[in-house]
Design a protein. Structure first.
Length: 163
């Protein structure tokens, strides 16, 4: 199972949030208090998100779906704006949304149906998306940590499937 270190998650979420909120607080309270408040909010938000991520990882590792073959890799992902868990097996990619989401869904993509894999950036800035092009013309978009490692592992499984 792929996990992102606690501090990495805290920094990746806390810094952007703190900067945005700091800008907002500067408008309300002036530069000094705006910067201090932005820093504090960023720290609390980052550590809160890191704790939530750790909780979800532990919770989801005990609730794996029944899949036909062994799980090669798994980790948190977002599909169509819905948070969940992504699984890679020797024959498919499987997404299962969290139980508390609105718009809960599952998605199964046979590796034999994948035509191309491309990385992309959220908001044109953050390189955290993997676009999966399938034979029927659809493009399934996932937001996930370490998209490049996911891409590499999926490509390896497709290559071994074709051998």
């Amino acid at each position: 199972m792929r996990t992102v270190p606690f501090l990495t998650t805290a920094l990746r979420t806390g810094i952007p949030f703190g900067v945005l909120m700091g800008g907002f607080f500067v408008l309300l309270d002036g530069v000094f208090f705006g910067v201090i408040n932005g820093l504090l909010v960023g720290i609390f938000f980052g550590f809160g998100m890191a704790l939530f991520s750790l909780y979800q990882t532990k919770k989801h590792s005990s609730k794996k779906p029944e899949l036909d073959d062994d799980i090669i890799d798994e980790g948190p992902a977002n599909h169509r704006g819905v948070g969940g868990w992504l699984f890679l097996t020797k024959e498919k990619l499987f997404f299962q949304s969290h139980a508390v989401n609105f718009g809960r869904h599952e998605l199964s993509i046979p590796l034999s149906e994948i035509v191309d894999l491309k990385g992309a950036k959220s908001l044109g800035l953050i390189p955290n998306q993997l676009h999966i092009h399938v034979k029927n013309g659809e493009i399934e978009r996932f937001v996930l940590n370490q998209w490049n490692l996911w891409k590499q592992e999926i490509e390896e499984q497709i290559t071994s499937l074709n051998d």
